[in-house]
Design a binder for this molecule. Structure first.
Ligand SMILES: [Zn+2]
Length: 224
C-alpha cells in the first residue's frame, strides 16, 4: 500500500513536534501502543500538553466529528516527532539485558488510534499502514532489531495495544519480538511501586502482584 505520512506541521502551520531530545545511539526497538483516545490528532495534542508522546500515530476515521469522519483518515499516519530523536512514550523503568539503555532511549514509539477498551476493532488499513511504516523505518534505521508492545514491557499498569500479537510483524518484517525476562519485569514493577511514594499501594491492581498474575496467565491480558 502507498503510505501517507503527514508531519504535524504540514497539517497545521506552527504545530510543534512532541517534546524530544538526542538519543545516546541509534534506535534498535519499535514499541507499539494504542492511543486510548478519540481522533489521532487529539491524542497528538494531549501529548503536546503533557510533554510526552509517540513518534507516529496511525489514525482512523472518527464518526462523531465532521472533520475527522472521512475515510481518508483510515490508515493515515501522523508523524509527531523525528524518529532519530527520543521522546517520552513509555514511563517504564524496565531494562532488558544485555542492553543498558532505557526503553525511551532505544525505541521509536508507534501508536494505533483506538479507544483501547474493546469497543472498536483496529482496521485493516491501520494494520497495513503499521507494517509499511515499520518496513520504511527499518530501511531508514538499519539499527532496528526488535519490536515489542507497551504491555510487554510494563504489564503492571498497561494493556496497550489491547490483545495485539506482534508475531505477525516479526514474521513479515524480520524483527525479533523483545520481551523482558520475568525477573526483569518483577524488578521493574517493584521499583515502580517503591518510587510511587505509596500512590500504588493497592497490590491487587498494581505492581508486583499484578505482574505475577499476568506472568501466570502467559503474559496475556485477561481483563482491562
Ligand atoms: Zn502505550
Amino acid at each position: 500500500m502507498a503510505l501517507q505520512i503527514t508531519p504535524v506541521q504540514s497539517h497545521r502551520a506552527g504545530a510543534a513536534w512532541i517534546k524530544n531530545s538526542a538519543r545516546s545511539a541509534p534506535p534498535d526497538l519499535i514499541v507499539l501502543h494504542e492511543t486510548a483516545g478519540a481522533t489521532g490528532w487529539s491524542s497528538y495534542e494531549w501529548g503536546i500538553s503533557k510533554g510526552t508522546g509517540y513518534h507516529f500515530i496511525i489514525d482512523r476515521p472518527w464518526p462523531s466529528i465532521a472533520a475527522w469522519r472521512d475515510a481518508k483518515w483510515d490508515g493515515h499516519v501522523w508523524q509527531t516527532a523525528p524518529p532519530a530523536s527520543r521522546t517520552n512514550h513509555v514511563g517504564s523503568t524496565v531494562k532488558i539485558a544485555p542492553s543498558k539503555r532505557s526503553i525511551n532511549d532505544r525505541a521509536i514509539g508507534i501508536s494505533i488510534a483506538n479507544m483501547s477498551d474493546g469497543s472498536e476493532p483496529r482496521t485493516a488499513k491501520q494494520r497495513a499502514a503499521c507494517l509499511e511504516l515499520i518496513k520504511q523505518l527499518k530501511q531508514e534505521f538499519p539499527s532496528l532489531k526488535y519490536v515489542t508492545t507497551h504491555y510487554d514491557i510494563q504489564i503492571w499498569n498497561r494493556h496497550d495495544p489491547l490483545g495485539f500479537d506482534p508475531n505477525y510483524i516479526t514474521g513479515e518484517i524480520g524483527l525479533a519480538y523483545l520481551r523482558p525476562s520475568e525477573e526483569e519485569l518483577l524488578a521493574a514493577a517493584e521499583a515502580w511501586v517503591n518510587a510511587s511514594n505509596g500512590r500504588y499501594k493497592d497490590e491487587r491492581k498494581f505492581g508486583v502482584a499484578k505482574t505475577k498474575l499476568w506472568i501466570q496467565h502467559g503474559r496475556k491480558p485477561t481483563s482491562l
